[in-house]
Design a protein around this ligand. Structure first.
Ligand code: B3K
Ligand code: ZN
Length: 876
């Protein structure tokens, strides 16, 4: 364990050697793939001659090594578990390296591996070093050519980055294809795919008149599920041209779907590799949420071509440079093609449920971290989602045009380079002549700032003063925090529900009804003038900064905002705050007292249900109670069973008291329209299924048949799954579960849904069922989607059963983490974060969780991935 060495951001030094060209030849065999790599290398300027060349390499078998055509004597180089060092390297030279690798036994899914008999690669962050010896760091950028040789029958399709320039046949039924990528790139963007695949093609006409071929490769039998992904790629290309003036730069854009994949997708140059989950969809196998996910992941990977590939990261500490920016871009794309309000609320909900918890826990890190043991552990909600909020704040501060100017300057300065978060901030500042020096703290300080608001109305002077005070709790390694530069959007609403024009004391005239004030100090006041009456403040509109807002809203004010706020986010937030306040109050009450929501709460929900002017999708979001994971963060010494009990009893009360209204809305929306994935329909379905979810709390035969009817008659997976989800929590749901499994046994992605339903079920015995499902023929511990569907869902989403007081679920999780660690450390480490918030729960569970963390930490041969997560958790 002592050999585990942390890497520090400030230790960065430029590479001693650069690689201009790479010629790769792969001779593909299951257990003995031969990789020949020819590197044109030169010493970097300013580096002393005599500086050794140190290449990265892991799990490689070196067959031969030549420098400028001559074999290197074994004394001229040294090999360790992770490096190949050549002590005497000339100023420049051609290095030819032949290695053998074993893709068939690669279960980490990093480097070259097999899935369903086909070959795939995953190189980000440091997978290329498992393919050949190389300078595997993002600031070494080279032009690649790749020749792939393989059996023609087993691997008819051979793909790599760039353009296909040649092909031919060889003896023994083998064939070859050669690819040339004209753009220089770091090794993490290298990709290779070989296998039996079919392709769906389409085109996109660029604004400059070029025709781009879009090709989606999948396993035979899946072509009918690729149309949505193809359309998503076409929309993404058009959007990036329109919004940022960015065109695709190769003639062909390829997407390949693979079922064994560690994450969602990967932006390899010209050859994106996707988890099947984010490609394959048709109405009877995929839900509205799945279609939506495909749009955003396709957009995300496509957008990386500029923000990530053309301009990449200097080192992995800068990861948010490409990830935060690209998430921001995909969120904007989704807002433009769908509902901006729904998109914003969903994104904020995910951020606050998961990223705020990360920021408050043992793995808290700034969006530009200072150190890591294992970079794979840093593909986090903080880097991605908080990173995107930080990018969004530039837009909030500089305006849409100002942001675009900053982007243009960023590309003008850095196209073809590997750069830093500071370079991005400098481009934004310089293009707008703005002072963004203090804004740097969003990159260097971890933790979620708290902003508490106080308001004062002076009726005589007709002024309204808002005082904001910010603070940020200590996080591991950072005790003191300096004030952040926070854009804070607000509106003031009069008694009739109208937004007031807002005029600050030093302004000649009012300037709009939503204003962004800039909080830079620990405390600052903002006075608005000509405020004719006491308004209701609408604070942090559109969630203008990733902060926790503290303001003492009364129940009446929240009900008023729920009914009147013109800002959709703030309106939803009022409902959310109202529900949070209620649940927390009931949770803290004496356990012997009845758990009942006040009439004001029920009537606010009733009003929402009868509001047919609001977007049904917004109503659906407002009617959903906050997630228990989000609530847990706001309490201490939590008893998760009591929290679940409180949430459940409120849900039951809403169902009982609003039975008629819920049923009326359900029946109105359940109008038998044939399914289409299309804005209005999606919105109506979401509200319909929220109503169904409440109604399913009622133990009535009529409701049972309503659920079975929807399950049976649905012409789409969204409705069928919503019904099945409710049925699983009721007596008798087993028969539909069995029916579903029989129908979809051959569809891996649909079976994932089936596993998740059972993993997240509220019914007694959830752990036992999860344990027995591990032996189901459709389950495999080697497939990350299956692990996430069954095990991660149980440990992360089923708080009630994961935190069962006997601690059996904790022991189960620990056992699976240890087992998985030997197969796929990345997936094991991800799962291990289900123990992160162990200090939040009450003492007896806390002790049980701690014991399991220690058991994992002390396991012999634990990967550094999992070790980093559990050791940090234990240090909390
Ligand atoms: N850049 C990849 C993530 C790679 C994760 C490596 N452990 C996907 C994405 O963000 O688009
Ligand atoms: Zn990304």
């Amino acid at each position: 364990m002592s050999s585990r060495q942390a890497i520090h951001r400030l230790d960065y030094t430029p590479p001693s050697y650069l690689i201009d060209r790479v010629d790769l030849t792969f001779d593909l065999e299951d257990t003995q793939t031969k990789v020949t790599s020819r590197l044109i290398i030169r010493r970097n300027t300013g580096v002393d001659s005599g500086t050794p060349l140190v290449l990265h390499g892991e799990e490689l078998h070196l067959e031969s090594l030549k420098l400028d055509g001559a074999p290197l004597h074994s004394a001229a180089y040294q090999i360790s578990d992770t490096t190949l060092t050549i002590a005497q390297m000339p100023d420049d030279g051609i290095l030819e390296i032949v290695t053998k690798i074993d893709p068939a036994s690669n279960t980490s899914l990093m480097g070259l591996y097999q899935s369903s008999g086909n070959f795939f690669t995953q190189c980000e962050a440091e997978g290329f070093r498992k393919i050949t010896y190389y300078l595997d760091r993002p600031d070494v950028m080279a032009k690649f050519t790749t020749t792939i040789i393989a059996d023609k029958s087993r691997y008819p399709v051979l793909l790599s980055n760039g353009n296909r320039v040649g092909s031919g046949v060889l003896d023994k039924n083998r064939h070859w294809v050669k690819w040339v990528d004209p753009f220089k790139k770091p090794a993490y963007l290298f990709a290779l795919v070989a296998g039996k695949l079919v392709v769906l093609s389409g085109t996109h006409q660029t604004q400059s008149g070029r025709t781009i071929n879009i090709e989606i490769y999948v396993e035979p039998g899946n072509l009918d599920k690729c149309h949505h992904a193809l359309a998503a790629a076409q929309k993404s290309m058009a959007w990036d041209e329109e919004r940022y003036g960015l065109e695709y730069d190769l003639d062909t854009y390829m997407i390949v779907a693979v079922s064994d994949f560690n994450m969602g997708a990967m932006e390899n140059k010209g050859l994106n590799i996707f988890n099947t989950k984010f490609v394959l969809a048709k109405p009877d196998t995929a839900t509205d949420v799945d279609f939506d996910g495909i749009d955003s992941v396709v957009a995300h990977e496509y957008f990386h071509n500029w923000t990530g590939n053309r301009v990449t990261c200097r080192d992995w500490f800068q990861l948010s440079l490409k990830e935060g920016l690209t998430v921001y871009r995909d969120q904007e794309f989704s807002s433009d093609i769908g509902s901006r309000a729904v998109q914003r609320i969903s994104n904020v909900r995910a951020l606050r449920t998961s990223q705020f918890a990360e920021d408050a826990g043992p793995q808290a890190h700034p969006i530009r971290p200072d150190e890591y043991l294992e970079i794979n552990n840093f593909y986090t909600m903080t880097i991605y989602e908080k990173g995107s909020e930080v990018v969004r704040m530039y837009e909030t501060l500089l305006g849409r045009d100002g942001f675009r100017k900053g982007m243009d300057l960023y590309f003008k300065r850095h196209d073809g380079q590997a750069v830093t978060c500071d370079d991005f901030r400098a481009a934004m500042a310089d293009a707008n002549h703005a002072d963004l020096a203090q804004f740097e703290r969003w990159y260097s300080q971890a933790g979620t700032p708290r902003v508490s608001a106080h308001t004062a109305y002076n009726a005589e002077a007709q002024t309204y003063t808002l005082t904001l005070t910010q603070s940020c709790a200590a996080t591991p390694g950072q005790n003191e925090k300096l004030p952040f530069h926070i854009p804070f959007a607000l509106g003031l609403i009069d008694r009739r529900g109208q937004d007031l024009p807002l005029q600050l004391a030093d302004e000649a005239a009012p300037q709009g009804t939503t204003r962004v004030v800039q909080l830079r100090e620990a405390t600052q006041s903002f006075t608005f003038i000509n405020v004719p009456c006491l308004p209701t403040p609408s604070l942090l509109r559109d969630f203008s900064a990733p902060v926790i807002l503290e303001y003492d809203y009364s129940a009446d004010e929240l009900v008023f905002l729920m009914a009147n706020d013109s800002d959709a986010f703030a309106r939803w937030e009022a409902a959310n705050t109202f529900a949070c306040q209620l649940i927390k109050t009931l949770y803290q009450k004496d356990a012997t007292l009845p758990l009942a929501a006040p009439a004001s709460f029920i009537s606010a929900y009733k009003k929402l249900l009868s509001n047919d002017k609001l977007d049904p999708a917004l109503v659906a979001l407002m009617l959903q109670l906050p997630e228990d994971k989000y609530l847990l963060e706001q309490l201490n010494d939590v008893d998760p069973s009591r929290l679940a009990l409180v949430c459940h009893s409120i849900k039951q009360q809403i169902a009982r008291e609003l039975r008629q209204e819920l049923l009326a809305v359900y029946q109105k929306l359940n109008d038998g329209t044939p399914y289409r994935y299309e804005g209005d329909q999606v919105a109506r379905r979401s509200l319909k299924n929220v109503c169904l979810d409440y109604l399913s709390e009622l133990d009535e035969a009529m409701i049972s048949s309503l659920l079975s009817d929807q399950y049976r008659k649905a012409d789409n997976m969204t409705d069928r799954l919503a019904a099945l989800k409710a049925l699983v929590n009721r007596d008798g749901g087993e028969s539909q579960l069995a029916d579903f499994a029989a129908q979809w046994a051959d569809d891996a992605l649909v079976m994932d849904k089936w596993f998740t339903l059972q993993a997240t079920s509220r019914r007694q015995g959830a752990l036992n069922r999860v344990q027995s499902l591990l032996n189901h023929p459709a389950f495999s511990l080697k497939n990350p989607n299956k692990v996430r569907a069954l095990i991660t869902s149980f440990c992360v989403l089923n708080l009630q059963h994961f935190h069962a007081a006997d601690g059996y679920a904790y022991a189960f999780a620990a056992e699976k983490i240890i087992e998985l660690d030997a197969i796929n450390p990345q997936i094991a480490a991800r799962l291990a974060s289900c123990f992160n918030r162990w200090t939040k729960v009450e003492p007896s569970r806390r002790e049980l969780m701690k014991q399991e963390l220690e058991r994992i930490r002390d396991h012999q041969g634990l990967s550094s991935d999992t070790f980093e997560i559990v050791s940090k958790a234990l240090a909390a």
